[in-house]
Design a protein around this ligand. Structure first.
Ligand code: ACM
Ligand code: ZN
Length: 778
């Protein structure tokens, strides 16, 4: 084939190659480009290759290109030539192409030439990142490695991001990360072409940004006296913990990020999550005394007193310094989780409500409208300084500030509502994009996670534009971001473990169009990424190399079918007799039927090493494997595969979002269990999870009904469960209802929740959940 034909052939192949998701070992790109076609051959990087720089390029573009060339020459140990006398037979050219978009680039690689085109430094930066991903991993090191294969695969790429906002968040209040650690975080973000770093700088547990006008924010508010130990809410280490960034350090980090085309968006969380500020300047609060930087996680009742004008002086003075430090157009002002109990009792706040003629209505209390007033007022202040605000989705309550961008975290609904109102939205739903969540159901091996479950597949599967939005409304979805809260993450190794490889998955959600995404291609490409993490010393989660289990109730066999999978074709070995599996154990070839109590254990083998053991216990009772159906459906977020979770013989643990627990918000659990033949029963027990901080309460009543010979249900028994008090503890509980032996083919089980969160709790009056994992019938 002539070269001319070759070019034609490949340009016509662009679309098909992309949609067929060609797997080429040399193109393990993440995030995957939006148009890519490979061909045979490679461009060898050797000395004397002619180097052409763009004409009229700006300094920033030249800096990006020069950095890349310098890096390449040192690791490949070659000397590229840019003077006219150089041989022209092979060349690398960087060309300014003003027709491309701000973040767009093109790369064309043929055996004798590499052509890189962009319109801006951003585009050249992304092009060089893509080039680096096609070179040997040694490109990320600093040593000369001439023995590596320094060549680029022949490929045609035209690429630009799907979303303009591609963010990652970091909470440095709950745990502090040093300037250098933050820079590493930015490096990792940059490698995946993210462009927004949301820096959560203040919270109840520590104020981390130097404010010259209020030095005590860091000297007092930057240090907590104690920290709760693990997940024990009443047990503290009594060790002071602190840290903050000076304004010089902040400027340095902002510049460092900017050099990598990342904008730093600072967050000053207000009017709630302000204990550190209240401890520093008690007059900022409604009560005005006895504040302490929190050593406990969760939400505090004490918030800024917004009845006082002096509080607004404080906010404006702080934000004035923040605006001076951060060139970002967006400033995040929080707005989340602000209890209203202090405002309800505070004469100054109540006076303000009267002054503003605020009235409550059926939708919101007056205090919600007061919060809305605060956010709008702060927005006006920042708008006047040429900045825009972002707030968490609570800023919708009581009316959205006119120009605010909403960060939708409690699901997609807040973002959908804001987009429909014509406001911009960043989607960060905790259901998919909270990187403090578990990465598998194997919670014992995940000590740093707070709760929830967002494995890498779930992150990858996230679609930021809800299908219910019209094309016009969809334009308001600026992009998406994952959040990394650090309550249980005291070290940078643990931080990286929560971040990687989920950040790689996030980057494709942000950059790659849905038609170019492919989970199979992505996990194949991850292999190179994990080698890079190893090389750079980044800790990461290894679940993709372990075994994932799926357990499906099998009514026909009155058991549970266990399906085991792992990445690629690595063999899986298993046991069900309690012994630890080895490569001499049974080889897994098809789904396993479990029809009695046992422990399923499995390992896989990769590179001559056995993986961690998957360990799943099954405890059978008279209901296990039988038919079960909902009379009342659970909350859709906590329904998973449905009612069969209650009869699969699998018990849940402290992670309420791993699929074991069905969650009901303010409504009863109400199910029927059908038996194949009349079965004699005398007790029903339920497993229940209690996590008061997450609004998960014990039920109040368990009632059991049985169908008699006529098929009519009669009540067999009822167990009242005492109301909770502030003395009660989180944990896994069981409640039993016993009754005289009864033979039946069908049972109905009803579990009632509390009517609302009781007065002793910070969220008094709000809706409460019950979570049930199993119905045990004997
Ligand atoms: C949040 O997670 N409180 C925004
Ligand atoms: Zn007040």
């Amino acid at each position: 084939m002539s070269k001319f034909l070759n070019v034609l052939f490949f340009s016509s192949m662009l679309m098909t190659a992309c949609s067929e998701k060609t797997l080429t070992p040399e193109c393990n790109l993440i995030p995957y480009p939006n148009h890519l076609a490979t061909s045979q051959g490679e461009f060898k990087i050797t000395s004397n290759v002619k180097l052409n720089f763009p004409e009229n390029a700006d300094d920033a573009s030249m800096q990006v290109i020069n950095n890349f060339i310098r890096n390449l020459q040192s690791v490949a140990d070659v000397k590229l030539i840019s003077d006219v006398a150089a041989q022209k037979s092979r060349e690398i050219s960087f060309v300014n192409n003003p027709e491309l978009g701000k973040e767009e680039y093109k790369i064309s690689i043929q055996p004798d030439k590499v052509l890189v085109q962009a319109a801006t430094a951003n585009g050249f930066f992304y092009a060089t990142l893509t080039l680096k991903q096609m070179l040997p991993l040694a490109v990320y090191g600093s040593e000369a490695k001439p023995q590596e294969n320094w060549s680029l695969p022949c490929v045609e790429i035209q690429d630009k991001p799907r979303f303009e906002y591609r963010g990652m968040h970091l909470d440095v209040s709950r745990h502090f990360f040093s300037k250098e650690e933050v820079k590493r975080y930015i490096d990792i973000m940059a490698a995946y072409k993210l462009n927004k770093f949301h820096w959560h700088l203040t919270d109840d547990q520590g104020w981390r940004i130097e404010i010259k006008k209020y030095p005590e924010l860091t000297s007092i508010g930057g240090i907590r006296k104690k920290t709760m130990i693990k997940k024990d809410w009443d047990n503290y280490d009594h060790t002071p913990y602190g840290g903050f960034y000076t304004q010089d350090e902040i400027r340095e980090i902002v510049q460092y990020a900017s050099d990598r085309f990342i904008t730093v968006i600072p967050e000053i969380d207000l009017p709630g999550h302000m204990m550190a500020a209240l401890a520093s300047y008690p007059s900022l609060g409604c009560v005005g005394k006895d504040y302490e930087v929190s050593g406990q996680w969760g939400v505090r009742d004490d918030v800024l007193c917004v009845g006082k004008e002096s509080t607004f002086d404080f906010i404006e003075n702080v934000l004035t310094e923040v605006v001076d430090l951060f060139p970002s157009e967006y400033i995040h002002i929080g707005g989340d989780e602000c209890p209203k109990v202090r405002w309800e009792k505070c004469p100054t706040c109540q006076k303000k409500i009267k002054e503003l003629r605020i009235k409550g209505d059926e939708k919101h209390k007056p205090e919600h409208y007061l919060q809305s007033y605060v956010i709008s007022r702060v927005e006006k202040f920042l708008n006047a300084k040429g900045r825009r605000i972002i707030g968490w989705d609570e800023i919708l309550e009581g009316g959205l500030a006119p120009n605010a961008t909403v960060m939708s975290w409690r699901g997609m609904d807040g973002g959908i509502e804001a987009a429909r109102q014509g406001n911009d939205v960043i989607m960060t739903p905790s259901s998919h994009l909270y990187f403090d969540h578990y990465q598998s159901n194997d919670t014992e091996n995940e000590p740093f996670s707070i709760g929830g479950c967002s494995p890498v597949e779930r992150v990858y599967s996230f679609e930021p534009v809800a299908p219910v939005l019209t094309p016009e409304e969809s334009k308001h979805i600026l992009g998406t971001q994952a959040n990394l809260w650090t309550e249980y993450i005291p070290s940078v190794d643990q931080l990286h473990y929560q971040l990687l490889p989920r950040l790689a998955a996030l980057s494709e959600v942000q950059w790659t169009n849905p038609e170019s995404k492919s989970w199979e291609r992505f996990i194949n490409n991850l292999d190179r990424e994990t080698k890079m993490y190893d090389m750079l010393g980044y800790n990461y989660a290894q679940h993709i190399y372990e075994i994932q289990g799926e357990y499906i109730v099998n009514n026909k066999e009155k058991g549970v079918t266990a399906k085991l999978v792992t990445m690629g074709d690595a063999p899986i070995y298993y046991t069900t007799d309690g012994t630890t599996p080895t490569e001499k154990s049974q080889l897994y070839t098809e789904p396993i039927l479990i029809n009695e109590s046992c422990t399923l254990q499995a390992v896989t083998k990769r590179n001559d090493k056995l993986s961690r053991v998957l360990n799943k216990g099954f405890k059978f009772n008279k209901a296990t494997g039988n038919k079960v159906s909902f009379n009342v459906a659970p909350n859709p977020k906590y329904t998973y595969k449905g009612a069969t979770a209650l009869v699969d013989g699998i018990r849940g643990d402290f992670n309420y979002a791993n699929g074991c627990w069905l969650g009901y918000e303010n409504i009863p659990l109400d199910v029927n269990i059908g038996f194949y033949e009349p079965t004699e029963l005398s007790s029903v027990k339920i497993g229940s999870l209690v996590q008061f901080g997450e609004y998960v309460f014990p039920p109040t009543k368990l009632t059991v009904y049985g169908a008699n010979e006529n098929g009519t249900f009669e009540q067999l028994g009822e167990t009242q469960i005492p109301m909770t008090t502030s003395e009660d503890k989180d944990g896994l509980y069981e409640y039993t209802c016993e009754f005289p032996a009864f033979k039946t083919k069908e049972l109905r089980v009803v579990v009632d929740p509390v009517s609302s969160i009781p007065d002793w709790h910070g969220a008094r009056g709000e809706k409460a959940f019950i979570f049930v994992d199993e119905i045990i019938v004997d």
